[in-house]
Design a protein around this ligand. Structure first.
Ligand code: TPP
Ligand code: MG
Length: 391
């Protein structure tokens, strides 16, 4: 296994200085981070305990197995509709969750399974949601793209590209509005893709966030493609963390869970302390095609994917660190992988024991003061007038 060095890059337009900071080699976890602004930037070391690393390793394996289970269930036609998988990107959600608290808000795109797991949704709930069953995280009413967990301040799962970004900034506004004077604020993190990053609504939201000094993090998960379009074909600027103009930006290696964690510890503190927003670019990669209907090989070749798997994979590089440190043997880590697989299989089984909600449930969970008279379903059989089927 090739060892990767992890890079933090901080960019300040004010000083127009770009500094690259290398994490120390994989078997030590100290990182040296220097100034971003006014010599007050992240100058710290990081240490990770065995328990932390083993925890991240387990979680990342569970997410990967869960995504493989989604793939299988989709192909078996037990999951229908849109389904976007997150394998390859596991270090992002795992590292972020390790850095922030659940009082901080998180909103993301349709590629939301990993985030939902990190925010505390069970695998059973995530799978059942995709089966359309009532034991799903939102009772089977949302599906793959609309996972939520209100009690962990996880606000979805948005299917419209970029739509979550202004909503996330609205949440940041609420956080500032409701915060006690002088106290640290909860931050609101809007995650979006490289394909969304040049949308007008993202720029507008960033402008407002800066203008009003909101505790907002603009987090671009750069997995190199928006559907089948590579970043180089769609974006004049491919270093997305520089998009903020006068908003500072941070770039981190999204295939390194510790780099993600440190990056978000820093960014959270920056935004929570009243310094305003920050742009973050997390450099990651997705192994699957864009969605289940995309084999993912017409715009990139097999070799590219294989190279990322061989050289940058987030689970393999963490494994390398743990073994290098002598905290576990390869056999022990293989056992963790086996356990994750067994666990996910059992959760899928539990999920399958669920069932669909009755039809009248389409009248509930609607953001409307009174029960509406008419509900239009996908077809006549699922539409209803005054509670009665129109068929
Ligand atoms: C407003 C809008 N335009 C187009 C689409 C179709 N669409 C769905 S995903 C996607 C690509 C987005 O890519 P990116 O932001 O990089 O996210 P990723 O899928 O890589 O996570 C597009 C164009 C959509 N859902 N919404
Ligand atoms: Mg993308």
């Amino acid at each position: 296994m090739m060892r990767q060095r992890s890079i933090f890059t901080f960019h300040s337009w004010r000083t127009n200085v770009r500094v690259r900071f290398a994490l120390a080699d994989a078997d030590t976890y100290d990182i040296t981070l220097e100034t971003l602004y006014n010599n007050t930037g992240p100058s710290q070391k990081t240490t990770a305990t065995k328990a932390e690393l083993m925890g991240y390793y387990k979680d990342m394996n569970v997410i990967r197995r869960m995504e493989i289970a989604c793939d299988n269930e989709y192909k078996a036609r037990n999951i229908r509709g849109f389904c976007h998988l997150y394998d390859g990107q596991e270090a992002v959600c795992t590292g972020v969750e390790a850095a922030v608290t659940r009082d901080d808000d998180w909103i993301t795109s349709y590629r939301c399974h990993g985030v939902a797991y990190s925010r505390g949704c069970t695998v059973e709930e995530i799978m059942a949601e995709q089966f359309g069953y009532s034991n799903g995280v939102v009772k089977g009413k949302g599906g793959s793209m609309h996972l939520y967990k209100k009690d962990s301040n996880f606000w979805g799962g948005a299917a419209i590209v970029g739509a979550q970004v202004p909503v996330g900034v609205g949440i940041a506004f609420a956080n500032k509005y409701q915060a006690e004077e002088g106290e640290k604020m909860n931050v609101s993190m809007s995650f979006y893709g490289d394909g969304a990053a040049n949308q007008g609504q993202c720029w507008e939201a960033a402008n407002m966030a800066k203008l009003w000094g909101l505790p907002a993090l603009f987090v671009i998960e750069n997995n190199e493609y928006g559907m089948g379009t590579s970043t180089h074909r769609s974006s004049a600027l491919t270093e997305y963390y520089q998009q903020g103009n006068i908003i500072p930006g941070v770039q981190c290696d999204g295939m390194d869970v510790l780099a993600v964690r440190e990056c978000f510890r820093y960014a959270k503190d920056y935004a929570a302390s009243g310094n305003g927003p920050m742009f973050i670019e997390v450099k990651t990669y997705r192994y699957h095609g864009h969605s289940m209907s995309d084999p993912g090989l017409s715009y990139r070749d097999r070799e590219e994917v294989q190279n990322v798997r061989a050289q940058r994979d987030c689970i393999a590089s963490l494994q390398d660190r743990i073994v290098g440190q002598g905290w576990a043997t390869e056999e022990e880590l293989k056992q963790v992988q086996k356990d994750a697989r067994k666990f996910v299989t059992a959760e899928v089984k539990k999920a399958k024991q669920g069932s669909e909600l009755p039809l009248h449930e389409i009248y509930t969970d609607i953001y409307h003061k009174e029960i509406p008279e008419f509900i239009r379903g996908a077809e006549m059989a699922t539409s209803a007038y005054n509670g009665k089927s129109t068929m």
